[in-house]
Design a protein around this ligand. Sequence first.
Ligand code: B12
Ligand code: SF4
Ligand code: SF4
Length: 378
Amino acid sequence: MTSLKSQLLARAHAEGFDVVRVTTPDAIPQAPERLKTFLDQGCHGEMGWMHDRADQRGAPLALWPEVRSIIMLGMNYGPDSDPMAGLADPSSALISVYAQGDDYHDVIKKKLKGLGRWWGEATGLPLKVFVDTAPVMEKPLAAAAGLGWQGKHTNLVSRSFGSWLFLGSIFTAAEVEPDEPERDHCGSCRACLDVCPTAAFPAPYQLDARRCISYLTIENKGPIPAEFRPAIGNRIYGCDDCLAVCPWNKFAVAGHERKLMAREGLRQPRLAELARLDDAAFRTLFARNPVKRIGRDRFIRNVLIAIGNSGDTDLVGEAEALLEDNSALVRAMAVWALSRLAPQRLATHLDRRQGESDADVLGEWRRAGLAAQEPFLL
Ligand code: B12
Ligand code: SF4
Ligand code: SF4
């Protein structure tokens, strides 16, 4: 298999992967227990799919008993500018680096399939390819293969690419010589833990997803709990703070895969423009992009939170217009945004409150009244 392995590395690089290493299916013995602790503590929040197939997720052989080796692949998506710079302009929106270009699932899956086709013919044995598309723990497997190590923020950190590797895998029934795991190079650093705006790390190497802005803005389907809204700032889809502050990024370079590069219109869009998107315009703007997945209403919910945090009174009209939206989720966040930006204006829209029947929206009106000490809003 040795010469086949060197051919595999060459082919993978030709497909556009930046790192390729191999591990065995039994290489992550601690993962099932750690996953169980994460789930028992409820850290997965509404992501019930993590719970549903936890046995398979923790143990590759339970997912596919024929697997003998796991080829782990990483693709660099390093940004070409500081991902946190946009935080300084609260009238614009921040979309996390991973979601400014085409959807990585589609881009990487296609490349994995191409590589897998060749590998299947070369070995004559079955295989499966995954990129966050099955119950697989990609980070511990990548660490076991030596692509990097799981940093204190739980993501995989690479000595060559810093925080910016997407991960994918090929499960193969072929025996391939495994590589050495990477050791932890975090040392006494705790920059990622300290920067987190929502204190989402109960301890180093552990994340409570329910507090993470990435979870709150992407996975959380209903209203975002009020306690986290101010800390979200203008991050409307995901968050990069813990990734961006890692000192290992000093070796990172901008990604080379054209499809994953930031689209100009998504680098730092104006909140006012995003707030006006109807369903059709939302689908057009985010065609082939990960943001499309959350749908227009959840997206506008996030935009309204950023508007509420902006301190920009030019945005009052955008929030006011959305008080009448068809979506209760949007109306609720419009009330919150206006209560932060211009509470006195909210009082001029009492007709909206009177005609409201949704419990969540009414709850926002009550909360806004209490915060503004305006009994007529209650
Ligand atoms: C669920 C999920 C999320 C959830 C939960 C994240 C999480 N940390 O679990 C949410 C929605 C919050 C999320 C957010 C993000 N995600 Co995500 N997510 C996943 C997913 C689907 C599963 C991760 C998982 O299994 N979690 C369960 C926990 C228990 O496992 P774990 O994170 O490995 O936790 C380990 C540590 O806690 C460790 N541990 C526990 N105690 C101790 C003690 C010590 C001493 C040590 C050393 C370790 C240790 O053991 C656990 C098991 O290995 C993967 C794709 C996949 N299929 O793997 C992508 C994935 C992890 N996400 C990814 C990305 C890019 C992100 C974001 C950066 C996106 C963004 N910009 O908004 C953020 C980062 C937030 C963060 N700090 O983690 C990439 C990460 C790439 C990389 N280089 O690591 C992945 C791998 C997708 C991919 N194919 O590229 N994500
Ligand atoms: S992605 Fe943002 S909110 Fe989530 S853990 Fe990292 S810094 Fe905290
Ligand atoms: S910021 Fe520091 S502690 Fe966090 S992953 Fe990077 S090196 Fe480790």
